[in-house]
Design a binder for this molecule. Sequence first.
Ligand code: CMC
Length: 389
Amino acid sequence: PGLVSYDPGFTNTASTRSSVTFIDGEKGILEYRGYPIEQLAEHSNYLEVAYLLINGELPTKEQYDAWEHEITFHTFVHENIKSLMQGFRYDAHPMGMLLSGVGGLSTFYPEARNISDPEVRHLQIVRMIAKMPTLGAWAFRHAQGKPYVYPDNDLSYAENFLAMLFKMSEPKFEADPRLAKALEILFILHADHEQNASANAVRSVGSTQVDPYSSLSAGIAALYGPLHGGANEAVLRMLRRIGDVSNVPAFIEGVKAGDERLMGFGHRVYKNYDPRATIIKKACDDVFEVTGVNPLLKIAVELEKIALEDEYFVKRKLYPNVDFYSGLIYEALQFPPEMFTVLFAIPRTAGWLAQWVELVDDKEQKIARPKQIYTGGRQLTFTPREQRW
Ligand code: CMC
């Protein structure tokens, strides 16, 4: 009591206990509910991982079937939310549209405020996981001036998302299974990452006991920021600027001289290869088999090769992170850069919800209310305007 520690950015303060995600940054380990990310990416799918994150255990067949069925049949959103989306400017950023759409959903489900009822909570969780791809795809179509595509409940989660994004006039959309699989993997890798800025935003707002749509829209707002969800876009811009493999050595020299950072390298927590980057690099090959190789890949591979052998990067433990290769895949899948963060927000919904449930269930949690160290003036005497002006 009376002792306040100053820790801007929470670099050394645990804000919660959590059993959702484990990270060992020194060893490059990431586990959801104890399961290594490599195993989940190889053998599972996004909906199963979402179930695992939120419920703490892998589903039985019956549980999985019921979960998939529920989510599939909640993918539609109210027509008035569609009108809300249609009301945005033609060049509205899809993240702004997404966060408004999710915040707006709270007004359609006022019962969601009753967060102490597990059944009510469950229904909102299902709704949010189901509706995020619909809102994300509509934000994408909006920017292109194309009609919004309604969900197709016969498709899998990833296929349905691809259909709502890319379907033109043909009656049935069939995604290439290799692309749908790559999207599943990217979704699994982005599903949670313990106490990052957006999870912290969800928890902080959730601690006021507001409904989960409002809490999640705070998470989306946090993710919107370039320091959080925007680095993969910066990687692509960097690769394009480098332009050719022959320019890589000079670029690296510039980074070492402090001219700029090698985007997609380094991490606050990982001081070893980001395990997600290893998996994404492999997924690149599968995607490029379908779409043709993104010519920027050669530059990325050369950058990585030189950096991993260079003393500057070795000494500082700078390795590729999740963003180094993901943008290349997104671009190959025909996404414009503004959509990259939406592609992060959709799968992260599972992690935000898992952490929100943990928060609501935790009787030790209190309303988030950090201390401050006051640096302003004190006990000043107010001079009325007539005397000051
Ligand atoms: N390129 C060149 N030098 C770097 C880089 C980089 N990408 N990252 C760190 N350094 C250097 C930095 O200059 C410093 O050197 P020195 O000790 O000589 O001053 C040293 O490495 C430590 O850097 P730091 O800024 O103290 O490290 P941090 O933990 O605060 O920053 C980071 C982590 C991710 C912000 C940073 O590595 C960075 O800016 N990377 C590029 C942007 C990026 O790829 N961001 C995506 C992160 S992963 C997304 C996610 O998981 O949400």
